[in-house]
Design a binder for this molecule. Structure first.
Ligand SMILES: [Zn+2]
Length: 90
């Protein structure tokens, strides 16, 4: 006879160490890069520790993610959908 496990196997450890990035809304076609002078479609959303949210195109997002993350911002990077959309449309 084995003792009943106290810990539930349904507890997903990947949700436990989530830093909040998954709570950021997905980027849509209406989101445009917040970088000055850039009007490209946004694929990266960042929530600063102050609560302010910014969106960036893949180019500016990848440029700024290291700095934003270093300041404690939560990052959602949807730039991989660039490639997915392209293959779906092909
Ligand atoms: Zn941009």
């Amino acid at each position: 006879m084995q003792p009943v496990e106290a810990t539930s196997p349904e507890t997903d450890p990947t949700t436990m160490h989530d830093d909040g990035a998954s709570s950021l809304a997905a980027l849509t076609a209406f989101d445009r890069c917040d970088s000055a002078g850039c009007t490209a479609a946004a694929y990266v959303r960042a929530r600063l520790s102050s609560g302010l949210e910014l969106v960036f195109c893949a180019h500016h997002g990848h440029e700024l993610i290291p700095a934003l993350a270093g300041q404690g911002a939560s990052i959602r990077d949807d730039s991989h959908t660039l490639i997915e959309n392209r293959s779906i449309g092909a």
